[in-house]
Design a protein around this ligand. Sequence first.
Ligand SMILES: CC(C)(COP(=O)(O)OP(=O)(O)OC[C@H]1O[C@@H](n2cnc3c(N)ncnc32)[C@H](O)[C@@H]1OP(=O)(O)O)[C@@H](O)C(=O)NCCC(=O)NCCS
Length: 251
Amino acid sequence: MFQRIVGRIQEDVDAIRARDPAARSRAEVILFYPSFHATLVHRVAHRLWLRQWRLVARGLSQLGRFLTGIEIHPGAQIGRRFFIDHGMGVVIGETAEIGDDVTLYHGVTLGGLLPSVDSAAQIGVKRHPTLANGVIVGAGAQILGPILVAEGARVGANSVVVRPVPPGATVVGIPAGVVGEVRHDRPETFVPYGTVRDQVIDPLLRQIEALNVRVAELGNRLAALEGGTAETDGRVDLLPTASSRAVGAGL
Ligand SMILES: CC(C)(COP(=O)(O)OP(=O)(O)OC[C@H]1O[C@@H](n2cnc3c(N)ncnc32)[C@H](O)[C@@H]1OP(=O)(O)O)[C@@H](O)C(=O)NCCC(=O)NCCS
């Protein structure tokens, strides 16, 4: 039991280190990261909440808010390896549900919308969003109501999301609309800030790879024409050689 708790805490620390390019050591995360402190306090407060120690749970959650600027209702359900970068101004409502490997930036609200005007009838009713595994929410985004932001989706900074978001989609704007789908091959891989600039390189790499294959084929044909039998291994010197110049000249 104790080992499991320590393991989970370590997991939270390592998730922060893996996702924040500025985090240099475990000690730095444990001492100075509000995400780590807020999540730790919330995990305790949530257990108290589930055991019906609700006033104490609320008190603990308020203490966490005072210390970190991150307000998480003790009723909210939060998965493993959760990370809130910077943290200040984040609000997570009572019936919010958050999957594993979710990342929020500062100023994010997972807020409620009332299905009916009778606030007494709202107790226990799902009013806040659900974020599935691997979701990334940009700074200042507001996600409102009992909607699902599906697995691997990304929400742009300062967006206001009031409709469900499909898996892997990128949504931006007010109200947020889909501008793209996950373009990378490994949606489980975290990309800082939700941007996939590294994937811009991928098509270029693929083109260079195809070019390599084509040049190798031409090299083989040239060798055959010259009466040789040697085959290239598919790796190409990109600087033009005498024979490749001959191919280029149509000789
Ligand atoms: C939404 C986001 C994930 C998209 O990243 P991306 O996949 O690299 O997409 P692009 O930058 O190519 O943008 C796609 C389109 O959406 C627009 N866009 C991107 N982010 C936007 C935003 N927050 N609000 C409005 N439009 C946005 C772009 O202008 C572009 O529009 P265009 O196709 O008309 O030119 C990213 O822009 C974002 O907002 N990440 C959060 C960053 C953040 O919170 N940083 C804080 C760190 S402290």
